[in-house]
Ligand binder design. Structure first.
Ligand code: XIL
Length: 390
């Protein structure tokens, strides 16, 4: 036994030495790999976005029904891992949740809320009063004539109470009114406006506060970088406040392209909304890399397909990807700079393949607008900016 000890000890030492060598080799390899990929050990790539952004703002995406209810498991897993807030891309809009005056369709919205709950995420309700994806019955009578002001008020109130009431305590905040203002700052001539004038917006906020006093209430719109729109929205915030109504935040949809919005104008709007006494949320972030057809996000806009409008059907060339990432990084840095005012950043879809921009304003294009690519890989600008932060 004793005689074997030295040998055993020697062998033990040898193994130890060998082990140390292997470890050193492994560490060197890891360091080499890390530097080859241009990242440190605390690589943000391995840190979920929600953790990397903790203390700055919530981060999330709009989810579709396939992600919430099963078929798209990979995106669902990604959402659970990366995000701490979600919004429904379609299933809470009036046309989906309230298709007929006396019929609600809560199934998909229930599933969405359940998904968010499971992931302990902040759930956002989108949207209560909007001129698009509005069921036909909402503003007209059985002959198709506009209903009276009184009837429309009652319908709005019933709708808001029923939908908000069902998710009371589960939904953190609601886009109460979506897209009420035009580019030039005038009120959109929607049916709500035709029948009730601008009062429709104030009524919607009143009904929303009654329906769930604990929910946050938001006004949400696109093209919010424009001066005229900015000024009108500031006026609306002030009007709501002077009437004693609740508004917690303004949602800047942020559907962007390579040439719009101007980042300086965008920043002015963040500052103006915050100065008016509300938080700012980036609610529908995406950036199209495709040839410009229409800015904004009026969903009824459409243009015919032409091949030259779809130049990256196979893949995105490195040069374009570089430009896109640089521009996204600029905006992301701006959001971080204003994280005392911005409380949430939500992308309009999980990965490029899901984006509505593949079909708007031209059907059948291939766009690359979101935070994750078609293989669900994180886009480089995120790690670049978050890495720089460390
Ligand atoms: C879009 C959805 O992404 C599409 O699936 C749907 O067909 C049309 O609406 N502004 C909004 C969102 O507030 O609700 C819109 O979502 C995009 C523009």
């Amino acid at each position: 036994m004793r005689a074997r000890t030295p040998a055993a000890g020697g062998r033990g030492k040898g193994i130890k030495m060998q082990h140390m060598k292997t470890c050193r080799k492994k560490i060197t390899l890891a360091l080499l790999a890390a530097s080859a990929f241009g990242c440190a050990f605390s690589a943000p790539r391995e840190v979920p976005l929600k953790d990397a952004l903790r203390g700055r703002f919530l981060v999330g995406a709009a989810l579709n029904e396939a992600q919430v209810s099963g078929p798209d498991r990979r995106a669902a897993e990604l959402a659970m891992r990366e995000f701490n807030t979600v919004v429904a891309e379609n299933c809470m809009k009036a046309a989906s949740i309230h298709p007929e005056e006396n019929r609600y369709n809560f199934g998909p919205a229930d599933a969405f809320v359940e998904f968010g709950r499971k992931g302990r995420m902040k759930i956002i309700g989108h949207t209560l009063i909007w001129h698009s994806q509005l069921p036909e019955w909402f503003c007209v009578d059985s002959e198709g004539r506009n209903v009276s002001a009184q009837t429309l008020k009652k319908r709005m109130r019933d709708h808001i109470r029923t939908v908000m009431g069902r998710y009371r305590g589960a939904v953190k905040g609601w886009d109460v009114v979506n897209e009420a203002i035009e580019w030039d700052g005038s009120w959109r001539k929607s049916k709500f406006y035709e029948i009730l004038g601008e009062e429709f917006l104030y009524l919607a906020f009143r009904y929303a506060r009654e329906a769930d006093p604990s929910a946050e209430l938001y006004y949400n719109d696109y093209g919010m970088d424009g001066k005229a729109k900015r000024e009108r929205v500031v006026e609306i915030i002030k009007n709501l406040k002077s009437r004693g109504l609740r508004i917690d935040a303004v949602g800047m949809q942020s559907h962007m392209g390579m040439g719009h919005p101007d980042i300086g104008e965008f920043e002015k709007s963040i500052e103006a909304f915050a100065a008016a006494g509300v938080k700012v949320m980036i609610t529908e972030w995406d950036m199209s890399v495709l040839p410009f057809v229409a800015s904004g996000a009026e969903i009824s806009t459409n243009a015919a397909y032409r091949e030259e409008l779809n130049p990256y059907a196979e893949s995105l060339p490195a040069e374009m990807s570089g430009k896109w990432n640089a521009r996204m990084a600029d905006f992301f840095r701006l959001f971080l700079k204003h994280s005392d005012k911005i409380t949430r950043v939500t992308a309009w879809g999980v990965s490029d393949g899901d984006s509505w921009l593949n079909n708007w304003p031209v059907r059948g294009r291939t766009d690359y607008p979101l935070l994750f690519d078609r293989n669900l890989e994180r886009k480089p600008f995120l790690n670049e900016v978050l890495g720089a932060k460390r």
